[in-house]
Design a protein around this ligand. Structure first.
Ligand code: ATP
Length: 349
């Protein structure tokens, strides 16, 4: 539904150049909720603004629903009108709602339809239908200032849906909301995704958002996508930074000469008594340093940080055993934690 190829954006201001996007290839499938995460300055906002050509890329292409928007943005008399039309099929939701305070809720939702030249009666019908869809049927005549943050965002979402888009772009749409309201807005986005078959591309700095509604995700750093895939694929990727952030488990090695291993359980493997099998088979004592169960992308996933006696070299066979059981096993880097601990203990002695 959305494809970017080699997307690059270089900002030039006062003789300085900033490469905000550095060759981004993104593939968002029809009907999925796709989250882009990354630290401040990673290029997330620039990416989402390039997807609907609010920002013109320096190079690369953007295709939405089979239409090359970058070609439309080219020169030529029809380019502007064609791009406006294509853009009306891409809804956008903003962090700070961007509602017009002088207009009623209904009139805010009608605005994009006015611009498209839709008749008054049809605009009203559509606005009221959308208000109903987002659960605000009784707020048509209210003004934005009379609404809570969550209600304002519902209006923002209704307005984004006015042009019957196939794609919804969300720029940190829950970042200004409290956790409870965030959950209700995410649920609304999920419902719209399922009811209308809407493809959602969202950017966020909150891992909770990805956990709650995303089917796929990408991690951006320095203008590049450094990891991407379905959430299940990401969780099953050894050493994935995104997986560790989605599913953090704490716990430090209890001393030197220990091997700390993160074991992720999902699917079939989650039902097997692997830890007791491991202990019995190799006659080793296993300590659990940390553990968590959660629902990620609608599936139960568990992660456990365990400690095995002995160095990594002595645990190659037990670790291989865990992998053979279909578990994902990441050996934590104990070089930093354990020796530091050991030194501290030596010092204390
Ligand atoms: N209009 C602009 N002119 C010059 N530089 C810009 C402009 N917009 C963004 N940048 C720069 O591009 C880089 C990426 O910014 P961008 O806003 O896309 O990051 P982000 O990941 O969305 O960050 P945040 O989460 O803080 O919004 C930053 O270094 C930023 O300073």
């Amino acid at each position: 539904m959305i494809t970017t190829t080699g997307l690059t954006k270089v900002y030039r201001s006062r003789g300085r150049e900033v490469t905000a996007l550095d060759g981004v290839d993104l593939h968002v499938r029809e009907g999925e909720v796709y989250g882009v995460v990354g630290q401040s300055g990673a290029g997330k906002s620039t990416l989402i603004r390039c997807v609907n050509l609010l920002e013109r890329p320096s190079s690369g292409t953007v295709t939405v629903a089979g239409q090359d928007l970058t070609a439309l943005a080219g020169r030529g008399s029809r380019a502007g009108a064609d791009l406006r039309k294509a853009r009306s099929r891409i809804g956008m939701v903003f962090q700070h709602f961007n509602l017009l305070s002088s207009r009623t809720v209904q009139s805010n939702i009608e605005l994009p339809l006015e611009i498209l030249g839709v008749s008054g009666k049809e605009r009203e019908r559509k606005a009221l239908e959308l208000l109903d869809l987002v659960g605000l049927a009784d707020k048509a005549k209210a003004y934005p200032a009379q609404l809570s943050g969550g209600q304002k965002q519902r209006v923002g979402i209704a307005r984004a849906l006015a042009g019957d888009p196939k794609v919804l772009l969300s720029d940190e749409s829950t970042s200004a909301l409290d956790p409870e309201t965030t959950r209700s807005i995410l649920q609304l986005l999920r419902d719209l995704n399922q009811q209308l078959g809407l493809t959602v591309l969202l950017i966020t700095h909150e891992m909770e958002v990805v956990k709650t509604i995303c089917d796929s995700a990408a991690l951006m750093k320095g203008g590049r996508v450094v990891e991407s895939g379905t959430v299940s694929e990401i969780l099953a990727t050894p050493g994935s930074e995104l997986a560790a952030e989605l599913f953090p488990v704490g716990g430090e090695a209890s001393g030197p000469d220990r091997t700390v291993v993160d074991v992720t359980f999902h699917g079939e493997a989650a039902t097997q008594p692997v830890i007791s099998q491991l202990s019995r088979t190799y006659n080793i004592d296993i300590s659990i340093l940390g553990a968590a169960m959660d629902t990620v992308a609608g599936k139960q996933v568990g992660r456990m940080r365990i400690e095995l006696p002995g160095r990594f070299e002595e645990n190659v066979v037990p670790i291989g055993f865990l992998r053979e059981q279909g578990l994902q096993v990441d050996v934590a880097d104990t070089k930093t934690a354990a020796p530091a601990d050991a030194l501290l203990k030596e010092g204390a002695k």
